[in-house]
Every structure is written in C-alpha cells, then in structure tokens.
Design a protein around this ligand. Structure first.
Ligand code: ACO
Length: 335
C-alpha cells in the first residue's frame, strides 16, 4: 500500500512585543553588546512580561493566527501537539489548554519535550498520523516562555534566550510535495550539560532547590557547543546525502537558532551559502522549540511550491534531527 504524504499547508506565529536588548542586559550582568553579538549573533529577544500569561497563551495566539489565515473551523483539527520545555505546568499538557482555547473540541492533545529539537520531533510525530491515514489535520506548535526559566544573574545563559511561539498545520499532500524524509537522534549520556535540575521527581521543589537556583536552566556552554556543531552539521549533511541532494538543490536551510557560529558550520558542511540560510537569531535569540517555525513564518511570503528546505536542530537531551521538506504552497496564503 502506498503511504500518503503529509505537507505543511499553513503557518502561524506569535511574538511578544517587549524587547530585551543587549544594552538592557549590560545593565543586568557583566556583559557587552560586542561579546554577545560576536559569540552568538543576537542583538535582542522578545519577552512576554505579563506574569499571568504563559506558554499556552503564546501557542494559542499562534494557532489562532493560522486558523484565521486559512479561515479554518477549529472543530476540524484532529490533533494538537505542543513542543515545549516551559509548559504552563507539569500537567495537564499545555496542548490540552491550547486545544480548548482555540475551540479544537474534536482534537486530542499532548506535549512533546525535546528542548530545541522539540518542533522537529513533534513534526515527525504529527506526520506519522497523516501518513497512516488516521488524521486529516494536525496542528504542530513550538512554544517556549524561556524567560521564566532563565537566570538573569547568569551571564553565560541569560543573553541567549527569548520567548515566542509558532505553528504548522499538517494535512495530506495532494501532489509530490510535503515532508519527504526525517532523521531523529537522542543521546542521554550528556544530559547534565543542558538541563533544569529542580522541580521534577529527582529534585522536587524545596527551600534547598530554591537556594541552589535549581529551577533555572543550566548549560555548560563549551561541551554543548561542540556537540551541537557536530550533531547539527552531521544530521543535516546525512539527510541531504541520503536523498541524493546537493547544496544547489536546497532553497533554504532552516536551522535551530542557538548560535550563529553553529549555523555557519552546518551550512558549510552542506555546501549551502549563507544567503540560503534562514536567520532571525539577531532579533529573537533562542526561543527553543519555536525557532524553526518562527523562521518559516518570517520567510513564508518568499517560499514557493516545490522549494527544497532542510530543517535541522540540536538541543538538550541531547536531541537532534533534520527534515527534508518540499514546500507545498506559494507565498503567505493557504495551500
Ligand atoms: N558576556 C561576557 N563574557 C561572557 C559571557 C557574557 N554574556 N558569557 C560567558 N562569558 C565569558 C566566560 O565567563 C568566559 O570567560 P573566562 O574565559 O574568563 O572564563 C569566556 O566568556 C568564554 O566563555 P565560553 O563559554 O568559552 O564562551 P563560548 O565562546 O563557548 O560561548 C556560548 C558561549 C555562546 C554559550 C556557546 O558555548 C554556545 O553557543 N553553546 C551552545 C548553545 C547551544 O547550542 N545550546 C543548545 C540549544 S539550547 C536548548 O536546547 C534549550
């Protein structure tokens, strides 16, 4: 039996209005605009300041933008998947809250936790439900309110992250375009170099976990950097090679936006010039699960049916992966 192909048929996004610039960070920690720009490529990030609004708020806004663009009835959505490491709470899943907020009353819903690879892993999962014929419409959302787990006294991490959300609608493809291939990896042996130790069943909240600042993201920059350069470049090259593609065939590399130097290494390895790399790290920083769909949202108007995109990510876990997508529609409209 021939499997059907899944395609991304619409994109939505949400970015909070408040900006945290490098100049603002210079007032909080011992850093400089020059250090941040040369080491990471970041100039500013968006921050959702309202303490009453969490990740589900941003995810809902992104999903509502998508529904409005497509004039889509939310009751048609079969499944909502939210990739996030900053869920509103441990449970229920943020996806359940989002589904209720957008009126997707016929959908089931769950979260995926894969840090910066979250959107890719959620996409890969959603694709299987379309390919198998079980579902017609799957909403895949990447959303993170990183400002709630970033320690703004730690200069090594607070300069990196921002808040945001974006989403993709998956539907059966009516031609040869769609999600062509994907590769996913995980290696938990170095989990402790990128984690948030406190709050779970290993270190439940206590005065000690608060005192030790265990409820903040912890990252050992150098080992993560080394693993990310290798992991993201290797997996992007692997998906290109195993599908017989060359750098010339690729319209855009859509990399997770963690560090400009990691992205540069990945593009070189694939033989893709930087003018074919989606880059918005300068404006949003690392929004974890939201970076890849936020790139798609920013570039959507320029994309054409049949464009070859390679999506690639590396993140906590460690987790990493890539997807080859043949874009399914022209411009910012619907499929
Ligand atoms: N301002 C000024 N100086 C700083 C800052 C800062 N914001 N941060 C660190 N430094 C200092 C360090 O203290 C160190 O000083 P020292 O030499 O006196 O000890 C020096 O700069 C160099 O520090 P490094 O950590 O070696 O800097 P590096 O060039 O590695 O850059 C960075 C740090 C940007 C964090 C880099 O390691 C990186 O990008 N790592 C990977 C990030 C990543 O890909 N994460 C995965 C995804 S995130 C997720 O999954 C949630």
């Amino acid at each position: 039996m021939e499997t059907r192909r899944a395609a991304i048929t619409a994109i939505g996004h949400y970015l909070p209005e408040d900006r945290l610039t490098n100049a603002d960070l210079e007032k909080l920690v011992d850093t400089s605009d020059e250090w941040i720009r040369t080491r990471t490529g970041i100039r500013e990030r968006r921050i959702l300041k309202d303490p009453d609004k969490a990740t589900s708020y941003m995810a809902t806004q992104a999903a509502q933008e998508l529904l409005a663009k497509r004039n889509l009835d939310p009751t048609e959505i079969d499944l909502v998947i939210v990739a996030t490491v900053t869920p509103d709470m441990f449970f229920p899943a943020t996806a359940c809250i989002v589904a209720a907020e957008i009126g997707a009353v016929n959908a089931w819903a769950y979260d995926v936790s894969a840090a910066c690879s979250g959107f890719l892993f959620a996409l890969s999962t959603g694709v299987r439900f379309i390919e198998s014929g079980k579902h017609e419409k799957v909403l895949v959302i990447g959303a993170d309110k990183m400002s709630t787990i970033v320690d703004y006294t730690d200069r090594t991490t607070c300069v990196l992250f921002g808040d945001g959300a974006a989403c993709a609608l998956l539907e059966p493809s009516d031609d040869d375009n769609g999600i062509m291939d994907s590769i996913e990896h995980a290696d938990g042996s170095q989990w402790s170099s990128l984690c948030m130790l406190g709050g779970g069943s290993l270190h439940p909240p206590s005065p000690l976990t608060l005192e030790k600042r265990l409820h903040f993201l912890h990252q050992e920059g150098q080992p993560v950097f080394k693993a990310a350069v290798k992991g993201m470049a290797d997996v992007a090259a692997e998906i290109v090679e195993r599908n017989g593609l060359s750098g010339d065939d690729i319209r855009y590399l859509v990399p997770h936006q963690a560090n400009l130097r990691i992205i540069d290494a990945t593009a070189r390895r694939m033989g893709v010039t930087m003018d074919k790399v989606m880059l918005n790290i300068e404006r949003y920083g690392n929004t974890t699960a939201a970076t890849i769909p936020l790139c798609l949202a920013d570039w959507e108007a320029q994309l054409r049916k049949g464009d070859n995109l390679v999506l690639a990510a590396f993140g906590g876990g460690f987790t990493w992966g890539a997807a080859w997508v043949r874009w399914a529609y022209d411009g910012s409209g619907s499929a």
